[in-house]
Design a protein around this ligand. Structure first.
Ligand code: B12
Ligand code: SF4
Length: 498
């Protein structure tokens, strides 16, 4: 069969399209795990975000798909629905399969009367379910034994039992198939980027995170031979920069240190690595871990700090992953220590904060933002966003703090909840106001490592960071709110992909 797999074009404020365009890891993994006689094409529409309609038309024409699969996050739902309508118009007999976080956790949205015709929903991990679905479609056999599948039979909806999470042992999940990608242009500051996975799952339960509902609290690693083979494959496909997409690769610090050593021993430490890290892991083990990471080629370390104020961490259920421990006892917030280790080893901090929590005041938001200004190399500051099925969503709903349900704005940097003391827009304004300057500072930090990229892209980056601002803003001839309103209007415009 001909299979077309699509990742949505909707992008995120902190991943400027000019400098960061990463492939979707799920789709290559699905492609690597279908039976080999299928012809699979993967299109990351982030690479074609200004010509989504034309690209989808062309893909359908060239690949004549029997099955089209879409990977969808919540803020991408409305784009996905439009793309499905377009595909059904172009090729009505193509079967539509949706998967990923949104279809798994808000399944009802994909089966409602308003949704376009969707044939199958793959809930949770997809490799085995998708493989079995294709086999059943080809052999025209029953679908009721495929765990993790929701499907339609006339007007009846069937939700098969959930599929237990894979233990990732014994080659059950084969390597991703990167050669199935048909669009070009992946980049991380001018270097070709790819994503790799070394484990799945997390045993924490932060209130804003979808992971617990998606797969429960567990952790399953791939063995290092597979990880190294995956890195080599990404490198052979041209990648010179790799992003580790594990849910929480630092859950097991000893394993992570061994992974760094395996990368060094395999001679793969000439690649730039970026990783999402727990502050406690770095603060508590940084003396040995941070130099090892540097030696393994790590460059950007995303820290899930979430907040530097204890009451906020309590609300986010993220206190324990931010604890610095000395001699087995708590020694306060781990953030500062973690950042010191990262900087001392010449790596850059991508600082993840969540501001605009229910108890937040102007002062508490400013305290976080001021910290970000001094400590971060690149800000990854978000507003709490009530994604389907998270404890946070239930909490915000119960307190009546959600201001609207326009899901395309649930992109993390558009405030869609108010606090008990501040309007949503005011929180967003404070974040926007300072973040532009932190990002501008980062241009210099990058210059040392990627001078040619900065020489050729600095103007475009500046225009992106300061979109909405004019010379009147910089000269103080208009209130900054005027530029902020223009920025919001541009963002709204950007969300219309087709
Ligand atoms: C890595 C990651 C990123 C990377 C993405 C790198 C990349 N290009 O792949 C970066 C840092 C860029 C990122 C950014 C964002 N992310 Co993110 N990210 C993750 C993370 C940590 C892992 C996702 C992943 O790739 N896993 C590995 C793959 C193999 O697993 P998977 O995606 O689940 O796919 C499996 C199944 O879902 C299914 N499947 C998926 N798609 C499809 C499609 C079909 C057809 C089928 C059959 C099956 C299927 O099968 C796959 C294989 O088993 C998760 C979860 C977490 N712990 O926080 C969040 C997560 C996915 N991100 C999330 C969000 C919201 C974002 C952002 C909006 C920022 C933000 N507010 O946090 C941006 C948006 C990105 C964009 N498009 O612009 C949310 C999504 C919530 C939701 N309900 O939509 C998550 C769940 C975190 C959370 N807040 O709970 N993210
Ligand atoms: S530590 Fe990370 S992956 Fe684990 S629950 Fe918290 S945010 Fe999610």
């Amino acid at each position: 069969m001909n299979i077309l797999l699509l990742a949505m074009p909707d992008s995120f404020e902190h991943m400027p399209h000019i400098s960061v365009r990463m492939p979707n890891g799920a789709l290559a993994s699905l492609a690597g795990n279908v039976d080999p006689h299928h012809a699979v094409a993967i299109a990351d529409l982030i690479l074609a975000r200004h010509r989504v309609r034309e690209t989808v038309e062309q893909l359908v024409r060239e690949h004549a798909p029997d099955v089209v699969g879409l990977s969808i996050m919540t803020f991408q739902r409305s784009t996905a629905m439009r793309i499905i309508t377009l595909i059904k118009h172009l090729k009505p007999e193509a079967r539509i399969v949706v998967g990923g976080y949104d279809p798994s956790l808000a399944t009802e949205a994909y089966t409602s009367a308003e949704a376009p015709p969707i044939d199958f929903i793959v809930r949770g991990e997809g490799e085995i379910t998708f493989r079995e679905l294709l086999r059943a479609l080809e052999a025209d056999t029953g679908l009721d034994r495929i765990a993790g599948l929701s499907w339609r039979e006339g007007n009846t909806l069937h939700h098969n039992p959930a599929r237990p999470v894979s233990r990732l042992e014994g080659g059950e999940i084969r390597l991703p198939d990167r050669s199935a990608r048909v669009l070009r242009g992946y980049t991380m500051l001018g270097r070709q980027v790819d994503v790799i996975e070394t484990s799945r799952g997390c045993t924490y339960d932060c209130s804003f995170c979808s992971i617990v509902n998606m797969r429960g609290r567990n952790f399953h690693p791939y063995d290092f031979d597979r990880v190294i083979a995956d890195i080599r494959d990404a490198h052979a496909h041209g990648a010179r920069s790799l992003f580790i997409i594990d849910d929480n690769v630092m859950l097991n610090v000893e394993r992570f240190a061994a992974l760094c050593r395996a990368i060094i021993d395999a001679g793969l430490n000439h690649i730039d690595y970026s990783v999402q890290a727990m502050t406690s892991s770095i603060a508590n083990h940084g003396a040995t871990l941070a130099p090892l990471m540097r030696k393994a080629g790590f460059r950007y370390v995303f820290l899930g700090i979430e907040n530097i104020i204890d009451e906020d961490l309590e609300f986010l259920r993220a206190r324990s992953k931010n604890q610095h421990r000395v001699g087995g006892k708590s020694a306060g917030n781990a953030t500062q220590k973690a950042i010191e280790y990262i900087h001392a080893n010449h790596m850059l901090v991508v600082g993840g904060l969540i501001v605009g929590n229910p108890g937040d005041t102007v002062q508490s938001v400013q305290t976080n933002l001021r910290y970000a200004w001094h400590a971060f190399d690149w800000p990854y500051i978000q507003h709490p966003t009530p994604y389907p099925g998270t404890p946070m969503a239930a909490d915000f709903r119960a307190r009546g703090l959600i201001i609207h349900e326009r899901l395309d704005e649930y992109d993390g940097t558009t405030a869609v909840v108010k606090t008990e003391h501040m309007a949503a827009e005011d929180v967003e304004f404070l974040r926007w106001q300072i973040e532009r300057w932190i990002k501008a500072k980062h241009i210099w930090a990058t210059f040392r490592h990627d001078p040619w990229f900065i020489i050729t892209h600095a103007i475009q980056l500046g225009l992106y960071i300061f979109r909405g601002c004019t010379w009147r803003t910089f000269l103080g001839l208009e209130p900054e709110q005027a530029a902020f309103r223009r920025y919001r209007a541009i963002r709204r415009q950007e969300r219309h992909y087709l």
